[in-house]
Design a protein around this ligand. Structure first.
Ligand SMILES: O=C[C@H](O)COP(=O)(O)O
Length: 224
């Protein structure tokens, strides 16, 4: 499974890509507004940190296809390679996806709450489709079931689109999403850190060091 950072915070992005196997960064208007800064400069800064090997996903604000398409070309031109335009799965968004995918603009379909929304986006040219796990759970739905049914639909229909599961609030949701067929997950840095954390791992490391130091002395590593 691919991991993405769901943040526009520069410190989180720098730390995330230094420590973890991160494939890219996803943003949305809310995430960008949290940084309270010039969004174009922010996006350029993020892009320069990511380079061309990691992808950057930027959401269009337009609510009609024409505006979405214009924003998509602008952002694509501004930021260069490996940029995905996030487009909500409203009818105007689907119309924009069909048009943009024919012109080789990369698309991440977003604000996805049902498997059929995901399938329609996939058939309209989206490379990634982002179901919102926690937001589904919060209205007494089952985000993991949505992912699993979407996965089965994508397999049955032989679509090339990948499920980029989003809106996570805990590691159990991420784990179950990966088992349910999510090809990728976008998460805040804090959840990435929780994914790797286990108290027994830390206790084990402490005990290894203690046993070693008891015999070989403090700060003695394997190095000569
Ligand atoms: O853009 C997608 C985000 O992952 C949504 O996450 P959120 O439900 O925590 O706002």
């Amino acid at each position: 499974m691919e991991f993405f950072l769901d943040t526009a915070n520069i410190n989180s992005i720098k730390k995330g890509i230094e420590y973890y196997p991160i494939s890219g960064v996803t943003t949305n208007p809310t995430i960008i507004s949290r940084e309270k800064t010039n969004f174009i400069e922010l996006l350029k800064n993020i892009k320069s940190i990511l380079g061309n090997n990691k992808s950057l996903h930027v959401q269009a604000l337009g609510t009609n296809a024409k505006n979405i398409i214009e924003e998509a070309f602008y952002i694509n031109e501004l930021l260069g390679d490996n940029v995905y335009i996030k487009i909500p799965v409203i009818p105007e968004g689907i119309k924009a996806m069909k048009s943009l995918s024919e012109k080789n603009i990369k698309i991440t379909a977003t604000a996805v709450f049902t498997p059929q929304q995901g399938l329609i986006a996939a058939k309209s040219g989206a490379t990634y489709v982002a179901p919102y796990v926690n937001r589904i759970d919060n209205i007494s739905g089952n985000g993991i079931n949505v992912i699993n049914e979407m996965y089965k639909l994508f397999e049955a229909e032989k679509t090339q689109a990948k499920i980029l599961a989003a809106s996570f609030k805990n590691v159990e949701q991420i784990h179950k999403a990966s088992l349910a067929g999510a090809h990728s997950a976008t998460i805040p840095l804090e959840l990435m850190e929780y994914l790797i954390f286990h108290p027994l791992t830390d206790v084990s490391v402490e005990n290894f060091i203690k046993d070693w130091e008891d015999l070989y002395g403090k700060d003695k590593t394997l190095l000569p």
